[in-house]
Design a protein around this ligand. Structure first.
Ligand code: KIV
Length: 304
């Protein structure tokens, strides 16, 4: 029997709160898991209300929101700022905070501390990039009671070491190393693994070998679920579009059109109209004119 924590209302209709156990259960039942990034309150609300299982406050924030060329320069404080906003907008989805570059690589104790800061900012789990080399770091965070999602394959924080944004695990040796990374992270207690930019058949193989769910991005249809960067899905980021990023809308173009329409109307004097303005009772206006002492602005609004 599950106990509903006080004050937690089901959101998105009658759907219950998603937890790491929900994701495990979905894999067991053969149901696909959905995950998307969000970085702010309104987007978190939309994603949550659309019934997505998990929201990742990804370090892709650095690129798609802050305009950096890669994910390396986003800081813990910046990530936490956005994590807090997302946690205010989402009620049902599992919330995962992405550990940014240098928040966990150098020191295991610091990794636990930083993971804890994500939970204090309203996240319910953290994600970190790296294979077996980070299994002990992940184990330490899990030991502190913080669920950890691993991330292997193309790990953007290692873009310089990998020689660019390249598909990983294409050779037999590289595929074997990725399987060992996956098993090492599962053994460390990770509740799930993100597989990024790996061949479809390898991702399906890893998914079969693991008992924890895999979430693919550029890893084909054989994983336990999918994640995308929401700006890619909505057509809001066109500086770099990976092959796997399917656009479901063109919101960037729609936003430009809306902003142009606003500019045109303001310049033409057709916005605002009476509908967008506040009225003042005539008698108050007349009384005001008496006190204005002839110092009226030259251009009073006419009737529109
Ligand atoms: O930061 C991010 O958005 C990610 C996803 C691409 C998995 O790590």
């Amino acid at each position: 029997m599950s106990v509903k924590p006080e004050g937690v209302e089901p959101a998105g209709g009658n759907r219950p709160k998603t937890t790491v156990l929900t994701l495990a259960e979905k894999k067991r039942r053969g149901e696909f898991i959905t995950m998307l990034t969000a970085y702010d309150y309104p987007t978190a609300r939309v994603v949550d209300e659309a019934g997505i299982d998990a929201i990742l406050v990804g370090d892709s924030l650095a690129m798609v929101v802050l305009g950096h060329p890669n994910t390396l320069s986003v800081t813990m404080d910046e990530m936490l700022h956005h994590a807090r906003a997302v946690s205010r907008g989402a009620r049902r989805a599992l919330l995962v905070g992405d550990m940014p570059f240098m928040s966990y690589q150098s020191d295991a104790a610091e990794a636990v501390r930083n993971a804890g800061r994500f939970l204090q900012a309203g996240m319910e789990a953290v994600k970190l990039e790296g294979g077996r080399a980070f299994a002990e770091t992940a184990r330490g965070i899990v030991r502190a009671g913080i669920p950890v999602q691993g991330h292997i394959g193309l790990t953007p924080q290692s873009v310089n070491a990998l020689g660019g944004w390249r598909v990983q695990g294409r050779s037999a040796a590289a595929a074997k190393a990725l399987v060992e990374d996956a098993l090492g992270l599962e053994d460390a207690g990770c509740f799930s693994l993100v597989l990024e930019s790996v061949p479809e058949r390898l991702a399906a193989y890893i998914t079969e070998r693991l008992s924890i769910p895999t979430i693919g991005i550029g890893a084909g249809a054989g994983t336990s679920g999918q994640v995308l960067v929401i700006h890619d899905l909505l057509g809001l980021y066109d500086r770099f579009t990976p092959k796997f990023a399917k656009r479901y809308a063109e919101l960037g173009a729609a936003m430009t059109e809306a902003v142009r329409a606003y500019r045109t109307e303001v310049e033409a004097g057709t916005f605002p109209t009476r509908d967008h303005s506040y009225a003042m009772p005539d008698e108050e206006w007349q009384a005001f004119l008496q006190t204005a002492g002839g110092r009226l602005p030259k251009r009073l609004p006419g009737r529109r």
